[in-house]
Design a protein around this ligand. Structure first.
Ligand code: ADP
Ligand code: MG
Length: 241
């Protein structure tokens, strides 16, 4: 579904993505893990070109995302959802409107979009919250709205950039439970940047460890967490045990 070759990105003179290769098969859940500042956000944001790569190829199905002009890029972004660490909800809109907005932009009537938004909110356990102001939500609820906003467009792939990193520890669980439930029920392909090692081990089909702009190890969770070859894998193994 996704094939990335030689992806490069520098900021100023710092190499942040150092010729990265990456593959994702349809229906797979991949966790990307690694220390702060190693390039995880830059990587995941490059996939739908929220960050412009300097070099490299990104094929989503047969589409050369790296070559698309801005107008064509919008079409691909409809099909690749993104869930942000800091939610990025629109404060003046209520919960249902936040979720419906992407559909309205896509040409749905407001009534249809709101109907679908309520269904997507039900998928994240917020069916009753459609009319609430986003200002009154807990962090966990805000992120579940962020997930519903991605789901409502029925994308083939959803990218998550540390979806639980801005949450209080007691709210992390509810978001991870929603994510796991979506994985089990929908099998939407996902790339999840996360530090939640127990979650990654249980839910991911593939895990990639990143260090200093490179993937230093990848494989099935059972292999990379239990028999790691990289220093990062060895650290995570200690956390699990
Ligand atoms: P991670 O998500 O793994 O914490 P990032 O991809 O956010 O890492 O950042 C990797 C490196 O790139 C960091 O050193 C960061 O300071 C730098 N960086 C990220 N975005 C920018 C930017 N827009 N301008 C300049 N430097 C950036
Ligand atoms: Mg980051």
């Amino acid at each position: 579904m996704l094939r990335i070759k030689g992806l490069k990105k520098s900021f100023n003179n710092d190499i942040v993505l150092d010729e990265i290769d990456f593959e994702l098969r349809s229906g797979e859940i991949t966790a990307v893990m690694g220390p702060s500042g190693c390039g995880k956000s830059t990587f995941i944001r490059s996939i739908n070109r929220l960050v412009e790569p300097d070099d490299g190829e990104i094929f989503f199905r047969d589409i050369p995302v790296h070559q698309l002009t801005q107008d064509k890029l919008e079409g691909v972004r409809q099909n690749i959802g993104f869930v942000f660490q800091h939610f990025n909800l629109i404060k003046r809109l209520d919960v249902k409107q936040n979720v419906a907005l992407g559909l309205i932009k896509k040409g749905y009537s407001v009534a249809e979009a709101c109907e679908k938004a309520v269904l997507a909110l039900a998928d994240v356990g917020l069916a009753e919250m459609g009319d609430a102001s986003v200002l009154n939500l807990s962090g966990g609820e805000k992120q579940r709205v962020g997930i519903a906003r991605a789901l409502v467009l029925e994308p083939e792939l959803i990218l998550f950039d540390e979806p639980t990193a801005s949450l209080d520890p007691i709210l992390v669980r509810e978001v991870l439970d929603v994510l796991e439930d979506i994985v089990v029920r929908k099998r939407t392909s996902m790339i999840i940047v996360t530090h939640e090692v127990t979650f990654a081990r249980r839910v991911a089909d593939q895990v990639y460890f990143m260090d200093k702009g490179k993937f230093v190890e990848s494989g099935k969770p059972t292999t990379v967490f239990e028999n790691p070859g990289s220093w990062i894998g060895k650290k995570y193994k200690k956390i699990i045990n």
